[in-house]
Design a protein around this ligand. Structure first.
Ligand code: SF4
Length: 123
């Protein structure tokens, strides 16, 4: 039986409304996309949706108490919540360099979490 799935392409400001039709897990058709990027996006969202992780970790001895961190690549969407929970228990010591690896291979995804900014010591 054919099923329809709706997505909104996030790759440019046009935000095309995409419709993917699949049958038994096999993509039959993608429509609504103005370009090839949208077709690929709909297929990725159907097969293996991924997201970048952005959150904060606690900092000891820093000018501010929280450090923004970002993943080096998107991770599977179902793991994002667990990744954020894992990082909630992480505390690092200032000073921190922008781009410094804060947590390696989050949940075995191959993505590292890195500092989004520099953070100096509080002295
Ligand atoms: S399908 Fe193409 S034109 Fe439409 S939002 Fe995505 S990138 Fe932009």
């Amino acid at each position: 039986m054919r099923k329809k799935h709706a997505f909104t392409c996030i790759h440019c400001p046009l935000s095309c409304s995409l419709e993917l039709v699949e049958e038994g897990g096999v993509v039959v058709q993608v429509s609504g996309n103005e370009c090839e990027v949208g077709r690929r996006y709909a297929e990725e969202e159907f097969r293996d949706p991924r997201r970048m992780v952005t959150t904060t970790v606690r900092v000891r001895n820093g000018v501010i108490p929280l450090l923004p961190v970002v993943s080096t690549k998107p991770i599977p969407k179902p793991l994002v919540r667990e990744a954020v929970r894992t990082l909630a228990d992480v505390e690092v010591e200032a000073p921190i360099r922008e781009g410094q690896v804060i947590y390696r291979d989050i949940l075995g995804t191959g993505a590292d979490m890195i500092a989004s900014r520099r953070l100096d010591c509080n002295d």
